[in-house]
Design a binder for this molecule. Structure first.
Ligand code: DGJ
Length: 704
């Protein structure tokens, strides 16, 4: 039997490829070094499962685990031909290998099903896999589930994933990994503010820089599941896939269902596990490569109150402080004076904009800025011309409409007429205003989402793929157009949507005390240049808390920078202060958007620190923030990891900061230490008040 050994960036994957059974991963984790055929055979024999009192033969755990082998855990494939063939047996398998990509084509001769699994290890050490299931039986095949599962070696003891809600996304949650299943199912019809995002199994000492972690991400924007399973026989599996609603996929003869990509990352510490996603994304040909333009988004500045003179004033001030992209948010289209009406009527409202958006767009362009527009293409208000003309275009089932959410319903994009209408509208707007950017929003969950053309059958799968197709078609026609994935803030953050968008709006919460947590954990999946991160008003609109500009600006600094603030209320001095922050960001965005994210372990009480280290480790910027008053004083030291141990670095504040007590030596200038010392002994945290932070600039001066 063929045994393959893939290696990249410190990761090894050993895959067993029998001709009479599905491929199984025998090892996924740290690099095992070069192994000749004999060593590989010995290792495989050692890693193969032993009989474990379930059945008399060892129970393998292939990528699609099969119950017929005696596997008692979550099955990979579950479905049937009108009650028959409910326990699949893929016993005839052929393999094709291209580089570090393996394609296994497997047949269940009895059920007349073909399963094709692709598994690949990329340059970053990120493993990904997906499967196609084809029905060749004369009976239709009802597919309930097609999960892929990755065995985790050793005995990780902890689970770490994420939860959240609107305006408080990506809350980490950690628990012991015990026998049983930790199941995160999503039925929202969108990725969800409470998405698991990355489900990690880790060692008990797991931190950002230490311990070991194996993580899984399902790259899909519709219903999906992640699970971690520990069996009583001591196996640990991370699995997942699309979550199908009852009867959602019934494959006629000759038809194929495809799973989303599942991404599996291994890391010595959470940062390394995250970095594999970042490196994978950064290697995409479509990854944004131009400097990330500083955005002004009008939402929290004016909400629905669209007044041309005020918006022109806002644009003037935006340009004055250094904004490069002006985005007109919700409120510009017909009948949209609040959030109760108008969705679907994607025509500029002549009552508010008698000359169209042109006066604003022209001014924005004259000022040298790009122009972007907010849209929510998948949604429809019952109070809209579109809903009155086409009530049947609303996703629904039975003889009822789903309960409204934010007064809106969901447009059935699997309906070709609805799809064509929306596509035509989007293309017309993009052309008329030569849009540089779309903020693509999606503000409600899909409830009772039955297709209008498939007589009420569950349609989240079809809807999600229709949205993907729409995005793909628009991008193909307008390759320069950038798109932001927003879903009531950070409700659609996944690698499926990110195949066709250029950044995410991580949250509607801009309060820096909360936003920094949201950014920190969004970073477990996405590099900073893909995470929209704005400076809001001094008093947060979502929490009512107040923060000074330096804390707001330093928090937002680590992302795709922007402003969401009514600049027309600012005095000249305040505009100048803001302009200085934007200028500073422009000076350093290349580093921030290409370097390695480091989140720092073991900070003193109530201190949080993170940073970005240049790819060649010649420079870094860290932020040390005081979140609350510590119980001991002075507040201890912070390590600066990620630097080259044998390079000497100068260390100084990037922006002047007032210390409330004796400032540490490094703040006075002329301070230099080798990377080895900075990583181990670190630097002293300055005496800061709560909600203050310091940006630390570290530059290589010489090698030791
Ligand atoms: C939700 C988004 O997250 C906000 O930023 C804003 O665009 C509103 N929708 C507009 O309705």
């Amino acid at each position: 039997m063929q045994i393959l050994h893939f290696r990249a960036a410190g990761v090894s994957v050993i895959i067993e490829c029998p001709s009479d059974a599905l491929p199984a991963i025998l090892h996924w984790g740290p690099d095992l070094g070069v192994l000749d055929d004999e060593s590989l055979a010995h290792l495989a024999a050692e890693l193969r499962p032993r009989p474990d009192m379930t059945v008399d033969v060892p129970v393998r755990t292939p990528l699609v685990p099969e119950a017929r082998t005696g596997w008692m855990g979550m099955p990979g494939l579950s479905g049937h031909h009108q009650g028959q063939n409910w326990s699949p047996a893929f016993t005839s398998v052929t393999y094709r290998q291209t580089g570090q990509t393996l394609t296994a084509t497997a047949r269940d001769e009895h059920a007349r099903l073909t399963l094709t699994i692709i598994i690949e290890l990329d340059h970053s050490g990120l493993l990904r896999a997906r499967a196609d299931l084809r029905n060749q039986h004369e009976l239709p095949y009802t597919l309930d589930t097609l999960n892929l599962a990755f065995p985790v070696p050793g005995t990780p003891t902890e689970l770490l994933d994420q939860a959240g809600r609107w305006a408080k996304e990506r809350i980490p949650q950690r628990r012991p990994l015990t026998v049983g299943t930790h199941l995160r199912e999503n039925r929202r019809g969108r990725t969800g503010a409470d998405a698991a995002t990355v489900l990690l199994a880790g060692t008990s000492d797991l931190g950002f820089q230490r311990g070991e972690a194996w993580g899984l991400h399902v790259g899909f924007s519709g219903n999906h599941r992640h699970y971690a399973e520990r069996t009583s026989t001591g196996r640990t599996m991370l699995g997942g896939g699309e979550l199908l609603l009852p009867g959602e996929i019934i494959l006629p003869t000759g038809e194929t269902y495809r799973t989303p990509w599942l991404y599996a990352t291994y890391g010595r510490g959470l940062d390394q596990a995250a970095r594999r996603f970042h490196d994978h994304l950064r290697a995409r040909p479509s990854h944004p490569s131009s400097p990330r333009p500083i955005v002004l988004n009008t939402w929290e500045a004016v909400y629905f109150d669209h007044d041309l003179d005020r918006l022109l004033d806002l644009a003037d001030r935006a340009a004055r402080v250094g904004v490069e992209r002006f985005v007109l948010d919700d409120g510009w289209f017909t009948g949209r004076r609040d959030d109760r009406s108008g969705l679907g009527d994607w025509y500029v409202d002549p009552d508010v904009w008698p000359d169209g958006l042109h006066p604003l767009v022209n001014r924005v362009r004259e000022l040298g800025m790009q122009f972007g527009l907010w849209l929510e293409p998948e949604m429809i208000n019952p109070d809209s011309g579109l809903a009155r003309a086409h009530p049947g275009w609303i996703l629904q089932t039975g003889d009822r409409l789903p309960p409204p959410a934010r007064h809106q319903q969901v447009l059935d994009l699997s309906n070709p007429d609805a799809y064509s209408f929306i596509k035509e509208r989007l293309l017309a707007l993009i052309s008329e205003y030569d849009l540089d950017f779309i903020k693509w929003d999606h503000n409600r969950d899909l409830v009772d989402a039955g297709s209008t053309i498939r007589v009420g059958r569950a349609s989240v799968h079809a809807q999600t793929h229709a949205v993907y197709r729409l995005l793909d078609e628009i991008r193909a026609k307008h390759p320069r157009l950038e798109i932001e994935s927003c879903s009531g803030g950070g409700g659609r953050v996944d690698l499926g949507i990110l195949q066709r968008t250029d950044r995410v709006w991580a949250s509607d919460c801009i309060d820096p005390a909360e936003r920094r947590q949201i950014m920190r954990w969004t970073g477990q999946l996405l590099p900073l240049e893909l995470i929209g991160s704005h400076i809001g008003a001094d008093r947060s609109h979502t929490t009512g808390r107040r923060h000074d500009l330096p804390f707001r600006a330093a928090t937002a600094f680590f992302g795709h920078y922007g402003i969401e603030w009514n600049l027309t209320t600012l005095a000249d001095g305040e505009l100048d202060d803001l302009a200085a922050w934007l200028a500073l960001h422009k000076q350093h965005r290349h580093l921030l958007h290409t370097g390695a994210l480091v989140r720092i372990d073991d900070c003193p009480e109530n201190v949080q620190a993170h940073g970005v280290v240049a790819a060649d480790a010649t420079e870094a910027i860290y932020e040390i923030a005081m979140l609350d008053r510590p119980s001991t004083w002075p507040p201890g030291r912070v390590r600066l990891p990620g630097l080259d141990p044998s390079t000497v670095y100068s260390v100084r504040p990037l922006m002047p900061v007032t210390a409330h007590g004796a400032a540490p030596a490094w703040m006075d200038g002329g301070f230099a230490l080798p990377g080895s010392a900075l990583a181990v002994s670190g630097i002293a945290v300055p005496p800061l008040f709560p909600d203050e932070s310091v940006l630390v600039h570290v530059i290589a001066t010489s090698r030791t």
